[in-house]
Each structure stands twice: as structure tokens, then as C-alpha cells.
Design a protein around this ligand. Structure first.
Ligand code: UDP
Ligand code: MG
Length: 398
């Protein structure tokens, strides 16, 4: 195609050989009725079955079909991000490749977008998945995400969404962020709407996720709350109240990571001061933790500012998280932090070495402080990853 299409449909697929041809035909039928030019971008996320073979065969006959292929499985978010980055259209639609979403909903989504929204989310009101293992966790997660991020969407996990390309292309997507696109879009000021969409049971192939995601999603929610509060640029109010002025001093957009660290360390300084004299190990742990948090914030601040300079290369820390470690910081440090904290609590209650009380409280205090610090390292690491997300590609386009 010589001219850029108006609409791009992005579909991540991993082992969906029975689905892709049928899905393409359905999408094509719907797009022909809309009348605008379009492209369909299938991102093959390193499938082991015949998905890629079917797609490349199909693309010989269909000029609207674009196929991006990952050499190995990089996850649904990475696949979507690659599709968004490639997409040529001003309007982008994303959907699952397993025929659970219905292409017939595309015109409705686009129409809503034209009402002046940047993001229109599908809501699978009558979701056709298992009740206990899929729908219940999803209802609870959506409720928590709504409360924590302040974006009350019923169904964050529904892939069927429509976007203004100029907006979604600004949103860094990494890890398993595709479940948090609405909340993340608010960072760039997106106007968000939601409409009910059809959902079908899976006919071919298997779901790629299990209950293991519940714990991961919990960690993600904490991390994203943190990212949003650090990176969202709030418009300056006309007449700032005292509270706003105070929070301006504490959280001005520049140097926010450091300010947040200062804010977090403050209670530990105070607690250390209160405890000082009576229980020295606890007081020292508090002071130590507060100081360590400040240093962590300062390092993070430097890394974020470095990431914002286009010419700078990826720093060592960012490289570690994004290239070498293959795990998001909160997934890496979060569980370790929680475990250390738990150990500390066990020491403090004196279950381990009942005879030597002093050792108990010393170890307890150190482990609790260490646990909090390690967990916070995960959170600050997320900020570094977020700031650098657009600079790393964990895939290759063949
Ligand atoms: N998917 C992917 N990479 C993965 C896992 C899933 O591209 O590592 C695709 C998958 O092929 C499907 C979509 O993401 O098109 C949603 O996956 P799935 O249907 O397994 O999720 P569920 O609907 O069960 O939440
Ligand atoms: Mg599915």
C-alpha cells in the first residue's frame, strides 16, 4: 500500500493457528463495510505451531495484512507494543487473536472514539470464561485497579479497544502492562470511555494464562500506582490552595522521584527519633532505612533524567532490568522484600531464638527495614524501566 491507511487493527497471536485465517476474514468483512482504508497487523509472538506459516501464506493474497514476527515468545504486551509502534493509521484497534473478541464491535468503538475520546475500552459484560478461576479474580482486580488508579473501568483486561494513534503511541508499554493501558494512558492525559462488547467462548486453542497472574497483577497494581503518581503531569490550578502549594513543593514534576523518596523516608526518620534511646537497634534500622531510601531516590532521579536525554545510552541499571534480567523490577525485588519483611516479623515475635531476646529484636529490625528497602528498590526500579521503556526493543521484526 502506498498511502497510509486510516485504521490499523493490531492483533497479538501466540499459537493460534486455527484462529488467524478466520479472524482475518471476519475483520476484513467488517472493515469493508466501514469504507475507510485499513491495515491488519498480526504480531506473531514466537508461535511454535503453524500460525506464522498460515499468516505468511495469507499475506500473499491480502495486501491489507501485515505480519510482524518475534523470534521468540516475548509476551502479549510486547506484541501489542510492536503492533502499535508499526501501525500507520490515525485510529488503532487492538483485539485478541483467538476469536473471543468480535470484529463486529469495531465500528461501535470507532464511533465512540469520534465523540472526542482518546481511548475506548471494550467491556465484556457477559464474559464467556470460567467463573471461579477467570471472572471472579478479574472482577476483584478491576475493582482494586479502579480504586487505586482512579480510573473506574469495568474491564481493564479486555483487549478489544480503540485508540487515537497519537495518544497510544506515547504510552510506554512493557512487562504485562497491557492490562493497565487505561490507567497508563491517564499519564499522558487521555480521555477514556467504555462500551459493552460481545465476548465468545474460546473455540480453538488454549488460554495462555492461569491463576498465577493474580499475585503478579497485585504487584503490578502497586507498581503502577507508584509510576502514575510520579509521572502524571497535573495541570497547575488557577488559584492553588495551601495543600496544593505544599504538594507542589514536595512533588514538583521535575525531581519527583527524589521528592517521593524524601516523602517516604520522613516517617522513618521520625520513628527513628522517637525510638532513639530505648531500643537502639530499631532506631538505627529506621535511620538506616530512611537514609538508604534517600540515596535510592537520588539515584533513580539521575537515571530518569538521563533517560530523558535522547542521546544518552541505556544506563547499567536500566540495562540490567530491561535486557539482562528479563523480569520487571517489582517482580524481582517485590517477593524478596516481602519475604525479608516476613522473616523480620518472625524474629521480632521471638519464635526463633527465644532465649536471646536482644539478637531477636536486632535481627528483626534489620530484616524488616531491609525488606521495606528491597521492596522500594523494586518500585524505584520500575520508574527507571518506565522512563527507558521506549528505548529497548525485546523483539525483532522479520
Ligand atoms: N498472546 C500473545 N503472547 C502471549 C500470550 C498470549 O500474543 O505470550 C495472545 C494470544 O494469542 C491471544 C491474546 O494474546 O491472541 C490473549 O491471550 P489469551 O486468549 O490466552 O488470554 P485470555 O483471553 O485467556 O485472557
Ligand atoms: Mg482469550
Amino acid at each position: 500500500m502506498d498511502e497510509k491507511p486510516i485504521i490499523s487493527i493490531v492483533v497479538p497471536v501466540y499459537n493460534e493457528e486455527e484462529n488467524v485465517r478466520l479472524l482475518f476474514e471476519k475483520i476484513q468483512a467488517v472493515c469493508e463495510t466501514i469504507g475507510d482504508s485499513y491495515e491488519v497487523v498480526f504480531v506473531d509472538d514466537g508461535s511454535h505451531d503453524k500460525t506464522f506459516a498460515v499468516l505468511s501464506e495469507l499475506s500473499k493474497q491480502k495486501p491489507q495484512l501485515v505480519v510482524i514476527r518475534f523470534e521468540k515468545n516475548a509476551g502479549q504486551t510486547a506484541a501489542m507494543a510492536a503492533g502499535f509502534e508499526f501501525a500507520q493509521g490515525q485510529r488503532i484497534i487492538s483485539m485478541d487473536g483467538d476469536l473471543q473478541n468480535d470484529p463486529a464491535d469495531i465500528p461501535k468503538l470507532l464511533k465512540k472514539l469520534e465523540e472526542g475520546y482518546d481511548l475506548v475500552c471494550g467491556w465484556r459484560k457477559e464474559r464467556q470464561d470460567k467463573f471461579l478461576t477467570r471472572r471472579v479474580p478479574s472482577i476483584v482486580a478491576n475493582w482494586i485497579i479502579g480504586k487505586v488508579t482512579g480510573v473506574p473501568i469495568h474491564d481493564n483486561g479486555c483487549s478489544l479497544k480503540a485508540y487515537r494513534a497519537s495518544v497510544i503511541k506515547q504510552v510506554p508499554l512493557y512487562g504485562e502492562m497491557h492490562r493497565f493501558i487505561p490507567a497508563m494512558s491517564t499519564v499522558v492525559g487521555a480521555r477514556i470511555a467504555e462500551i459493552v462488547v460481545t465476548h465468545h467462548p474460546r473455540r480453538f486453542g488454549k488460554s495462555k494464562y492461569g491463576l498465577g497472574r493474580v499475585w503478579r497483577v497485585m504487584l503490578d497494581i502497586i507498581a503502577f500506582k507508584f509510576i502514575i503518581s510520579v509521572f502524571t503531569l497535573r495541570p497547575a490550578p488557577q488559584k492553588p490552595s495551601l495543600r496544593q502549594r505544599l504538594s507542589d513543593v514536595l512533588f514538583r514534576p521535575k525531581q519527583r522521584a527524589f521528592r517521593v523518596a524524601a516523602f517516604l523516608s520522613l516517617p522513618f526518620f521520625v520513628l527513628g527519633r522517637v525510638l532513639f534511646g530505648s531500643a537502639n537497634s530499631a532506631a538505627l534500622s529506621c535511620f538506616g532505612l530512611a537514609g538508604a531510601l534517600l540515596i535510592l531516590g537520588w539515584i533513580t532521579e539521575n537515571k530518569i533524567q538521563r533517560a530523558q536525554k535522547a542521546s544518552a545510552t541505556l544506563g547499567t541499571l536500566a540495562r540490567f532490568f530491561m535486557v539482562q534480567c528479563k523480569r520487571r523490577p517489582i517482580r524481582f525485588f517485590g517477593p524478596v522484600g516481602v519475604a525479608l519483611f516476613g522473616l523480620g516479623v518472625i524474629f521480632c515475635t521471638g519464635w526463633v531464638t527465644q532465649s536471646v531476646l536482644l539478637v531477636n529484636s536486632l535481627l528483626g529490625a534489620i530484616f524488616i527495614a531491609g525488606g521495606i528497602f528491597v521492596f522500594c528498590s523494586g518500585l524505584f526500579g520500575e520508574l527507571i524501566t518506565y522512563a527507558n521503556a521506549k528505548r529497548v526493543k525485546d523483539y525483532t521484526i522479520l
